[in-house]
Design a protein around this ligand. Structure first.
Ligand SMILES: *Cc1c(COP(=O)(O)O)cnc(C)c1O
Length: 452
């Protein structure tokens, strides 16, 4: 008879205490690995703190979003919002999935070109485009989304000196029922500015009006706002068709879908509060399909989704520097990462998991960063188990905006690692060192000696 294998019994302590609004569930289970890579090993190899990005999560999320729209609308194109995360390796994961590039400055435009994105697949947004940059974009057949009349006139002037006809769209802002309205970008729909700009472009006949664009806000929790925006842009497109006998090639609905982060002050956790891609897609596609476009005239739907495609794929690993008691008795834990590299902790309550087993007792804790600045608070109040010096943690949902808005302030920026589809880690941005900062400094001769 085969001997039955002995299995050690496990005794688990049940915590007695008040339930929170989620019942007795505790948020904290240790997160010891990311896509098959031990947190401790990653930190040993690349240092602490460390940003880690899961390529698998990026591709899965992108495919989910793409599917939500493609199953509802015949022509869909995503364009990766560079400012959300413009580390080249990350951009190229999106480009490999079929995403174009959406950029908001000449610097981001150069990055897209560097990454190999063909000029006609770059969307050039934003209020700050120099004549030089516009000229390059025109020569490359890029899609230029005009923000204001001064820009329109500059393109008009350039067009008369160039052989290529600029391919342009206008950015339209509008009342979608969400306030405050984002009316500082583009031309207003309600007061007729947008139609005015369209007439100027079409009647001047110096450039091709190929699209209409809006980007109504960010972390939008109401899909119905997109339904209103899509309806208003469609009305504009159809009125251009009627008046000028010209069809718009595309409608670009911008970005702004919410990720699963939890906004400060939100009662529900982000995972429960944020709409899914299907809800946004339903709102947008239904409006476009019902807008009255004749068959064959349906515009291409472009989406510039940023944070909702990358936030979940990003993690920040860090270590405990010390613990202390504040004067009011609360426990404070000081981490080696702060608002300098985790800018989004100003508006999210980021989920933080210890990276090693811990006792079941939790205590209200303030989590501070390492900066010598009072505002360096990562979590104001979190029920957290006791961690000791050098214990490690994983901060979740940090892929959007942190790796572009991070500051070189007091500390250097950490390394970034991408874990590929086979669970292999790759360094995609090196940890900064003192030369990263001082290379750009210039010392006048007379100050060369410090004379001490
Ligand atoms: C920032 C930005 C986006 C991406 O916005 P998310 O809120 O991250 O989805 C898209 N389009 C434009 C024009 C933007 O400025």
């Amino acid at each position: 008879m085969k001997k039955v294998q002995y299995e050690r019994p496990v005794i688990q302590r049940l915590n007695v205490g008040l339930m929170n609004k989620y019942g007795s569930r505790t948020e904290f289970t240790p997160v010891t690995q990311i896509d098959g890579n031990a947190v401790a090993q990653l930190i040993t190899q690349y240092g602490s703190p460390l940003f880690v990005i899961s390529e698998r999560t990026i591709r899965q999320t992108y495919r989910q979003a793409n599917r939500a729209f493609k199953t509802r609308y015949p022509k869909v194109q995503f364009a990766w919002s560079y400012k959300t995360n413009y580390i080249n390796a990350v951009c190229n994961v999106f480009h490999q999935e079929g995403s174009w590039a959406e950029v908001v400055s000449g610097f981001e435009y150069s990055k897209a070109i560097y990454n190999g994105v063909p000029g006609n697949k770059i969307i050039f947004n934003g209020p700050d485009k120099s004549a030089e940059e516009l000229k390059l974009a025109i020569e490359n057949n890029s899609l230029i989304h005009i923000d204001n009349l001064d820009e329109l006139y500059t393109i008009n002037d350039l067009a008369s000196t160039l052989t290529k006809r600029p391919r342009v769209a206008i950015r339209v802002n509008m009342d979608t029922g969400v306030y405050p309205m984002w009316d500082r970008f583009g031309f207003n729909y309600e007061n007729g500015e947008a139609l005015d700009a369209i007439n100027k472009i079409v009647l001047n006949n110096n450039m091709d009006l190929v699209g209409l664009h809006c980007h109504i806000g960010t972390f939008m929790l109401t899909p119905s706002a997109y339904a209103i925006a899509a309806t208003k842009l469609s009305e504009l497109a159809i009125s251009i068709q009627k008046k000028h006998k010209k069809s718009i090639e595309y409608i670009d609905m911008g970005g702004g879908f919410a990720s699963h982060n939890t906004l400060k002050g939100s009662y529900l956790q982000g995972i429960d509060a944020s709409p899914g891609f299907d809800q946004y897609a339903e709102a947008i596609c239904t409006s476009l399909l019902n807008a009255g476009f004749s068959e064959g005239e349906l515009p291409l739907l472009i989406l510039e989704t940023g944070r909702a495609l990358i936030d979940e794929a990003g993690y920040l690993l860090g270590s405990v520097i010390s613990n202390k008691r504040l004067s009011d008795g609360r426990r404070a834990t000081i981490m080696d990462f702060g608002v300098n590299i985790l800018f989004t902790s100003f508006w999210y309550n980021h989920k933080i998991s210890p990276a090693q087993p811990f006792s079941q007792y939790t205590e209200d804790t303030v989590i501070y960063g390492p900066l010598c600045m009072n505002i360096d608070v990562v979590r104001e109040n979190i029920a957290f188990p006791a961690l000791k010096k050098n214990d490690q943690v994983v901060v979740h949902t940090v892929g959007a905006y942190n790796m572009t808005q991070w500051m070189q302030f007091i500390a250097m920026r950490p390394a970034v690692v991408l874990i590929d589809m086979n669970d292999k880690p790759h360094l995609i941005r090196k940890r900064e060192n003192i030369n990263s900062v001082q290379n750009e400094e210039v010392m006048p001769d007379y100050l060369k000696d410090c004379l001490l």
